[in-house]
Design a protein. Structure first.
Length: 159
């Protein structure tokens, strides 16, 4: 069985000027290892860290489906990273199907990727540009945040 080193090839790193995302590898909901570099967007990548027990996460996911549908043709990828622990792992795939998530969902049961970025809240959304630099971090979700997310993506696409 693979160990954490197989889960993550290269963990997120923090440079002196800005945080960047290096390639990592996590399992998808079918149990297959997927690398970040193979699924990231060409222009922007949105990563949403979420958990099944998180009520704001459940409100954010339908909006992220909308983000995915609106921006996938503009070379923007949305990736969900579920951070449920091993006890809740069996809930993830049925929840993804129930919520109709269309974008890739990876699992990070030990929160290695999230922790390496010093993120602690659910949901936390990060926006990454084509140079793998994190250009925006948004914690939590309230009604109306979807407009902010769309606006920030549009702003970054126009840069």
């Amino acid at each position: 069985m693979r160990i954490i080193t197989a889960i993550i090839i290269s963990i997120f790193t923090l440079s002196t000027h800005s945080q960047t995302v290096d390639n990592f590898e996590l399992k998808n909901i079918e149990g297959k290892y997927i690398s970040y570099n193979t699924i990231k967007g060409k222009k922007l990548t949105v990563i949403d860290f979420w958990a099944s027990w998180c009520k704001p996460c459940m409100k954010a996911i339908p909006e992220l489906n909308s983000v995915y549908n609106n921006f996938k043709d503009k070379e923007v990828q949305v990736i969900g990273v579920n951070c449920d622990g091993p006890r809740s792992a069996a809930k993830v795939e049925p929840l993804v199907n129930t919520l109709g998530i269309k974008y890739p969902v990876l699992t990070d049961m030990d929160k290695t990727v999230m922790t390496s970025l010093n993120l602690s809240a659910f949901p936390t959304l990060i926006l990454i540009n084509s140079a793998n630099k994190i250009v925006w971090i948004h914690e939590g979700f309230s009604p109306g945040d979807e407009k902010l997310i769309h606006s920030k993506i549009e702003q970054e696409l126009s840069n």
